[in-house]
Design a protein around this ligand. Structure first.
Ligand SMILES: Cc1ncc(COP(=O)(O)O)c(C=O)c1O
Length: 870
């Protein structure tokens, strides 16, 4: 804590000498100057002639505004060399908290930042944090805009910026070349801030004004321009050159200086626009019309809680959807923050994960506070809107640029979806989007009957009819949160806000990923999600390879093969994949002998693995994760059977173990997922509704780091466009509106017992009908598969017939006798290798008790026949 405190002592927010005295009221603007590289709070803005324009000029021209300068330690060398330890984060944090420190004075003021160079990224980081953190949540909705002056925004430019700056420092500051060699690597940190910020700007509920000034002149011929125009501008926003070099672009000779006139002009316009758009009262917090007809109202989701406090609080212009939520959060902020001393207390808030995990009651309380979710047609949303404040604690995920494929890196946001952000402009009439009008949708109403928890087996008797109409949101009917006009139209590839909220909450409830920037995105099921994930992380041209269990989900193997991705199997035991074997494979990898690069991805099915039914225990998962860390392997955690973890099997005659009686007990009984131990953000988890609700929904979701989810969405935008709207609506009505989290967990608890019963039936049949001397099995702890091992060494023709021949013989005989069992050879990760054993996969998911018995009897007969047993 002390080191954090020390790092921040240089960061202060001060009134300019003049501005402090000209404070005229709580609703007037706060203009905050943030200097850049090597600058300081005064020198950066002071001309050689001594004019400090924020004080000498601006404070007179905007006499009602409060003007402050933010000072921080901008030692660029230290900045870069410490970049990996989040130097930029620290500056952003200190700016945000410094603003918060002044809360009494600035709380309801529109904030305008004027930032030079790197200072622009400090502002961006402050706003990124405000977007994510409960305690800082009031800053973003109160920010009217940012004027960037020579701030490097661009990707490749940002990456090479370090070397330009190095030249600059070397020539103008005489900084040692040796030190400057280290400048380059820090760029990735800057890039992340920039990506987060630009991503946030794209959200429809963010209404920040942005203006970018860029330098027209070079420093000199050796250094050139520090920030080129392409990097200094943001394409969707206004920009203009200043006739000066990077260092002098923030220094004006006086009121007649053209540069000053340009900056003043932007400020005047923004303030004027803001004043004309400020209503007296806005209780609905920027809620849109919500009916979503014809795509004319393309908005981010908002929450309809009344704004607490004074009614004239905040203009919707910079009080977008979340203002009510955030203003309530800010009002509830209990830490006392005064002066720099307050940082010590803030540090506690920043660094420590709140000890209590999210609970169902916690979700209910948060929802009640946030108010009704209003998410009209094609609203953009992301998990950050729905995660609990404590989920943002912890470090950010690692970046995976080095693993992403060329294909994935080449994806850009969909221009048409991007265009939608202009719809937030007041009064704009859209002729742009290709969204049909809901008036022309030929489905007015849907009603379906669902079981009422906990009576899942008596649908007809005790079920509930759920109805959804076309204009429920507009009319406030049938829940008023989701309706057919939204569901039948195009949506965002990430999924509808309504279902994404549920999925995010559920994921936090169950998995609680330990890093800050995890997110979810809805998928068209795990089959499609895996195909996208493989294409994101594996490159045929690079010779990429994947590790998986030696017997693996056949469709996964069939997905990888045509993509040219080599798959290598890892030996298994009754708990699935063996971490020691995996470590050995990776440690001794011989690229030439294997004909593929050392694998960078592990595809694993930890619970009720398909086909073996094996379930990795908690320690096994931790060991696998550690091996992946050691070899920098990314993990695809495919978990369709996670919630089909059954009651322990302790023998056919033993009394059953009492099942969990509450949702909390049920969650506590589940083996921790890989994503729940994922401190690096190296897991892409795939959940699916297929096995736990209905496969025909073609719905699932992924959980991964923000970077990975963003790449996933870029891919989905140009592929499936995300899951079916109708499917999402039905699922939302079922798991959210009707059952809620508790009801859904009760459903899963019920399913657990159903599968336990089925498993026990098939195991009893196996014990009764199979020749134990040649057939063995491990009672599965999860899933729907039983893996039957047949001891081929005891086959009478074992010395002359191959395993595959015996397998074929038994398979054909089974078909003849009227039972289908899957051949183990169908699931081999490396089909070119000789079979190591003789296996059959049978499922207990579908057949009736009676039929399961018959089927196993027939299978037993086929084995006995082949082995000459009676
Ligand atoms: C391991 C595994 N992953 C994924 C799937 C398919 O999931 P979805 O229906 O979500 O595409 C299955 C279905 O059999 C499976 O066994």
């Amino acid at each position: 804590m002390m080191s954090f405190f020390r790092k921040l002592v240089h960061s202060t927010l001060s009134d300019t000498e003049v501005g402090a005295e000209l404070d005229t009221g709580p609703d007037n603007e706060l203009i905050v100057f943030v200097h850049g590289l090597t600058g300081n709070r005064e020198k950066t803005w002071t001309h050689r002639n001594g004019i400090f324009w924020p004080g000498a000029l601006l404070s007179q021209d905007f006499s009602r505004a409060r003007i402050m300068t933010f000072g921080y330690d901008a030692d660029v060398v230290r900045f870069w060399t410490m970049a990996s330890s989040n130097r930029l984060d620290d500056h952003g944090k200190s700016l945000a908290y410094a603003l918060l420190d002044r809360r009494g004075q600035v709380d309801q003021r529109p904030i305008i930042f004027i930032a030079h160079s790197l200072g622009g990224l400090v502002c961006e980081e402050a706003l990124n944090l405000s977007n994510k953190r409960q305690d800082l949540g009031s800053i973003l909705p109160n920010t009217l805009g940012i004027i960037f002056m020579g701030t490097p925004h661009g990707g490749s430019h940002l990456a090479s910026w370090g070397s330009t700056v190095a030249k600059y420092l070397n020539i103008f500051r005489g900084v040692n070349r040796e030190i400057l060699r280290n400048l380059q690597p820090g760029s990735s940190n800057l890039q992340r801030t920039e990506e987060d910020f630009q991503h946030m700007l794209l959200r429809n509920n963010i209404k920040l004004k942005v203006y970018c000034f860029y330098e027209a002149l070079k420093m000199n011929d050796t250094v050139g321009k520090i920030v080129e125009r392409e990097s200094a501008i943001l394409p969707a926003y206004d920009n203009c050159s200043v006739n000066a070099d990077h260092r002098d672009m923030t220094k004006f000779t006086g009121r007649a200086d053209a540069g000053y006139g340009q900056v003043r002009g932007v400020l005047e316009r923004w303030i004027k626009e803001n004043e004309t758009q400020r209503p007296d009262v806005d209780e609905s917090a920027g809620a849109s019309d919500g009916h979503g007809r014809g795509g004319a109202s393309y908005n981010g989701p908002v929450f309809n809680a009344p704004i607490s406090g004074r009614k004239t609080a905040i203009s919707p212009r910079y009080n977008p959807g979340f203002s009510s939520k955030f203003s309530q959060r800010a009002a509830g902020h209990a830490v006392s923050l005064t002066g720099n001393i307050g940082f010590a207390e803030k540090d506690t808030v920043i660094g420590e994960q709140a000890p209590e995990p999210l609970t169902i009651d916690g979700i209910k309380a948060r929802r009640a506070k946030a108010g009704r979710l209003v998410a009209p047609t094609a609203s953009y949303s992301d998990s950050d809107m729905f995660k609990s404040p404590q989920s943002f604690n912890g470090p950010k995920a690692r970046r995976w640029d080095h693993l992403l494929s060329a294909e994935s890196k080449a994806r850009h946001p969909c221009v048409l979806k991007q265009a939608a952000k202009h719809l937030k402009k007041p009064g704009l009439i859209s002729l742009g989007g290709g969204l049909p009008s809901a008036e022309n949708f030929p489905i007015e109403r849907l009603t379906f009957r669902i079981p009422t928890p906990p009576h899942f087996s008596e649908v007809e008797a005790s079920g509930t009819d759920v109805t959804t109409g076309k204009h429920d949101v507009e009319r406030g009917e049938n829940g008023g949160v989701h309706d057919l006009s939204i569901a039948l139209n195009y949506g965002q590839s990430i999924g509808s806000a309504q279902l994404l909220r549920w999925v995010t909450e559920h994921t936090e409830l169950v998995c609680r990923p330990p890093y800050a920037d995890w997110r979810c995105a809805l998928t068209v099921g795990s089959t499609g999600a895996l195909e996208q994930a493989l294409r994101m992380f594996c490159d045929r041209a690079r010779g990429d390879a994947v590790l998986t269990e030696e017997y693996s989900f056949a469709t996964a193997l069939e997905t990888a093969a045509p993509l040219g991705i080599r798959v290598f199997g890892v030996r298994m035991d009754e708990q699935g994949l063996l971490p020691e074997t995996m470590d050995e494979i990776l440690s001794t990898w011989d690229e030439a002998a294997r004909g593929a690069r050392k694998p960078t991805v592990l595809y694993t099915v930890p619970s009720g693995q398909n086909p073996t039914g094996a379930t990795q225990g908690a320690q096994r998962r931790r060991d696998i994760y550690a091996v992946c860390q050691k070899h920098d392997v990314f993990i695809f955690e495919d978990e369709p059977y996670y919630f089909l973890q059954m009651q322990p099997y302790i023998g056919s005659d033993a009394p059953g173990v009492p099942p969990p009686t509450s949702a909390g007990e049920f969650l506590g009984s589940l083996i921790p997922s890989l994503v729940s131990m994922d401190v690096d953000g190296r897991v892409l988890r795939m959940d699916s509704f297929s096995k736990v609700v209905v496969p025909g929904s073609r719905l699932g979701w992924i959980t991964a780091s923000e970077q990975v989810v963003e790449r996933y969405i870029r891919h989905a935008e140009c592929a499936s466009q995300g899951p079916s709207g109708i499917s999402q609506l039905i699922m939302y009505k079922l798991v959210d509106e009707s059952w809620g989290h508790e009801g859904y967990l009760q459903w899963l608890m019920n399913l657990r017992l159903e599968y336990t019963r089925r498993r026990d039936v098939i195991l009893a049949a196996c014990e009764k009908y199979l020749p134990r001397e040649v057939v063995s099995w491990v009672p599965p702890a999860a899933g729907m598969f039983l893996w039957l091992k047949v001891d081929h060494t005891q086959h009478p023709e074992g010395s002359t017939k191959s395993i595959i021949e015996i397998e074929e013989e038994i398979f054909n005989s089974c078909i003849e006798k009227g039972v289908l069992a899957c051949r183990g050879s169908w699931f081999r990760a490396e089909p070119d290798l000789p079979l190591s054993g003789l296996f059959f996969r049978v499922t207990f998911a579908a057949a009736s008790e009676e039929n399961m018995g018959k089927a196993i009897e027939r299978f037993g007969a086929a084995v006995k026949e082949s082995f000459g047993l009676h």
